[in-house]
Design a protein around this ligand. Structure first.
Ligand SMILES: C[S@@+](CC[C@H](N)C(=O)[O-])C[C@H]1O[C@@H](n2cnc3c(N)ncnc32)[C@H](O)[C@@H]1O
Length: 339
């Protein structure tokens, strides 16, 4: 199944690259190490093998895509290629845009065409296209990378006394891809998703319609509408690389505030410089090809430092283009003792 899946998305990735004009990297990036296609495919294979081992070890259930019929999938591919011309025009012009949205409702940095995608995060069409776009970008590896969060999640639930009594928050839940996997594995777990995009939350609502104990809330990660210490587990998947450094710190403070002492924070985000040295050049070029205005600052960010003394790193692993890091929120006594 995974071979067919990877062929489908990796094929579209190669075709999309053919249809686009490469953006030449600036001189300073030309000598940085770049993985070739063989290396990327080998790492994708390693991710899928890890995924398989995780399933065999009982960390999570066999995945099941919810993309509907093959015709629906074909339609999504057609839509992706129909939109590619506009994305390519923005890429060639280097225009990340300024989206026409009420400035009072959204932070300024958010109103851009992240990834040069049409409408940024603020339309129904963008929300419907998003998961397909991301799978093509990662050649069919996006869902498997995200699933790696379920390994520390299982450990956290075992520690917290089980799914039926725990509460999980997914910050920047987007179209609900992680929450769907979480609910497939733990139907009795109470989950909340937070995101700034109403259209993305609408897709999440649809994908999570089969489960109870699901709440989806529109709001900003830097000012979450939740009580202090209300959650046992907080997940945050592919958000940090999209935030300006100052906002990253505000979000980190909010993550600490809403998490119970002793609770678990699970971050999944892009590799950073030095995590896999052969990838450093590719990571440095990435924000030029896919408008990511704060990615360069993320590459050099000290995640432990951003989260501060309130967290202790429990576990971390690399997964293809991503890293998965689990932190434990210290109790007040522990923080004071360390200071
Ligand atoms: C790259 S997507 C990741 C979505 C999802 N976590 C996933 O794994 O596919 C980034 C998401 O973060 C949301 N977002 C960006 N800035 C945000 C903020 N300050 N507060 C809440 N959501 C935010 C966007 O609307 C988008 O859904």
């Amino acid at each position: 199944m995974q071979t067919a899946r990877v062929s489908w998305y990796f094929g579209q990735k190669l075709l999309a690259a053919r249809l686009s004009r490469p953006v030449p990297p600036p001189e300073r990036l030309r000598d940085r190490p770049m993985p070739d296609r063989r290396r990327i495919l080998a790492d994708l294979r390693a991710l899928l093998e890890q995924d398989w081992h995780n399933i065999a070890a009982g960390h999570y259930a066999m995945p099941a895509d919810d993309w509907g019929s093959p015709i629906a999938e074909l339609r999504r591919a057609v839509d992706f290629f129909a939109d590619l011309g506009s994305v390519e025009a923005r890429r060639q012009a280097g225009l990340g845009g300024r989206l026409p949205a009420p400035a009072a409702k959204y932070p300024r940095y958010y109103l851009q065409n992240f990834h040069f995608q049409t409408d940024g995060y603020l339309s129904e069409a963008s929300a419907e296209r998003y998961d397909h776009q991301v799978e093509v970008l990662f050649g069919g590896g996006a869902a498997a990378m995200r699933r790696q969060a379920l390994v520390p999640l299982r450990a956290a639930l075992l520690r917290s006394g089980g799914a039926a009594s725990a509460r999980l928050l997914d910050v920047a839940c987007g179209t609900g891809a992680l929450l769907r996997e979480v609910k497939r594995n733990y139907p009795r777990l109470s989950v909340t998703g937070l995101d700034l995009s109403a259209p993305y939350l609408a897709v999440a609502q649809r994908r999570l319609a089969d489960w109870s104990r699901v709440e989806l809330t529109e709001g900003a990660a830097e000012a979450m509408p939740f009580d202090d210490g209300g959650f046992d587990i907080v997940t945050c998947i592919y958000l940090f690389h999209e935030l300006p450094p100052r906002t990253r710190r505000q979000v980190a403070a909010e993550l600490a505030r809403v998490l119970k002492p002793g609770g678990t924070l699970i971050l999944v985000d892009s590799l950073q410089t030095g995590d896999a040295p052969d990838y450093d050049g590719l990571l440095a070029r990435f924000p030029l090809a896919f408008h990511e205005p704060y990615y360069a600052s993320y590459l050099a960010e000290d995640l432990d430092g951003v989260l501060g003394p309130g967290f202790v790193r429990d576990d971390s692993a690399l997964a293809y283009f991503s890293k998965v890091v689990a932190y434990r929120r210290k109790s007040c006594g522990e923080v004071e003792h360390n200071i």
